[in-house]
Structure formats: structure tokens, C-alpha cells
Design a protein around this ligand. Structure first.
Ligand code: 5GP
Ligand code: ZN
Length: 119
């Protein structure tokens, strides 16, 4: 598995930094955001270091597909009410103009009753 030394999410994958785990398998991990915007706010990341959406290529299609398929399952597991009354917001910040701060691909999943502190 490819990790990058100064990447905070690679450190979470390697258990060098603790996280509140939501889900883990051999290729992805989900954990609570340390500064939640919403009652439910967790991140889904690939375990392998991919800097952003901009680095994705066809070799990642199946992995990203499996991450997307996990979103609804994990959102409901974490307390989001089902679609359509409930639901969640899925956000993938990419690059400086996209507001990306951590350069290891991550899907934000945000949900729960409004108002939220942001978003
Ligand atoms: P970005 O702006 O890159 O899309 O979002 C990065 C997110 O990672 C932010 O919402 C931030 O709160 C979260 N984050 C940054 N450092 C840590 C950390 O060490 N642990 C956890 N659980 N979340 C973090
Ligand atoms: Zn990384």
C-alpha cells in the first residue's frame, strides 16, 4: 500500500494518528471529521494515497465505485434518516479553488437534522 510520509490521512490509515472509525476494509476507511459541519459528518478515503480527484484514472474506477456504493449504507449506519426525507450531502473538495486542505482524496458525507454549522 502506497503511503506518503507527511500526509495526515496516510497517518490515520497507518494508525499513527487516532480516528473515530466508521468503517474499514482492505481498500478504504471511513472516520468522523474532527471538525464536523453537521450532526453526521464523516470522511471516506482510499487507503492508498491518491492526492485528489485530479489524480484519478480508469484504474481507479472500481475503487471509487465501491466507495460511492458505501456512502448510503454508512450514512444510515451513522444516523442519517433514509432518502428522501433524510439524506445527506456528499462533497469532494478538489484543489485550491475547491477548498481542499488535506491532499489525500476524501468524500465528505454530511447529514442529520438542520440547521448545520456550515454547508
Ligand atoms: P478538505 O478541506 O480537504 O476537503 O477537508 C479536510 C477535512 O479533514 C476537514 O473537514 C478537517 O476537519 C478534516 N481533518 C483534518 N485533519 C483531521 C484529522 O487529523 N482527523 C480527522 N478525523 N479529520 C481531520
Ligand atoms: Zn495520504
Amino acid at each position: 500500500m502506497q503511503h506518503v510520509d507527511n500526509c495526515i490521512f496516510c497517518k490515520i490509515v497507518q494508525r499513527q494518528i487516532p480516528s473515530q472509525l466508521v468503517y474499514e476494509d482492505e481498500e478504504m476507511m471511513a472516520f468522523h471529521d474532527i471538525h464536523p459541519w453537521a450532526p453526521v459528518h464523516f470522511l471516506i478515503i482510499p487507503k492508498a494515497h491518491i492526492a485528489s480527484m485530479a489524480q484519478l484514472s480508469t484504474e481507479h474506477t472500481a475503487l471509487v465505485g465501491r466507495m460511492m456504493v458505501k456512502v448510503d449504507v454508512l450514512a444510515r449506519q451513522e444516523g442519517c434518516r433514509p432518502y428522501p426525507e433524510g439524506g445527506y450531502r456528499l462533497m469532494v473538495n478538489t484543489g485550491q479553488h475547491g477548498g481542499q486542505e488535506v491532499h489525500h482524496l476524501h468524500l465528505h458525507v454530511m447529514g442529520g437534522p438542520r440547521p448545520w454549522s456550515k454547508g
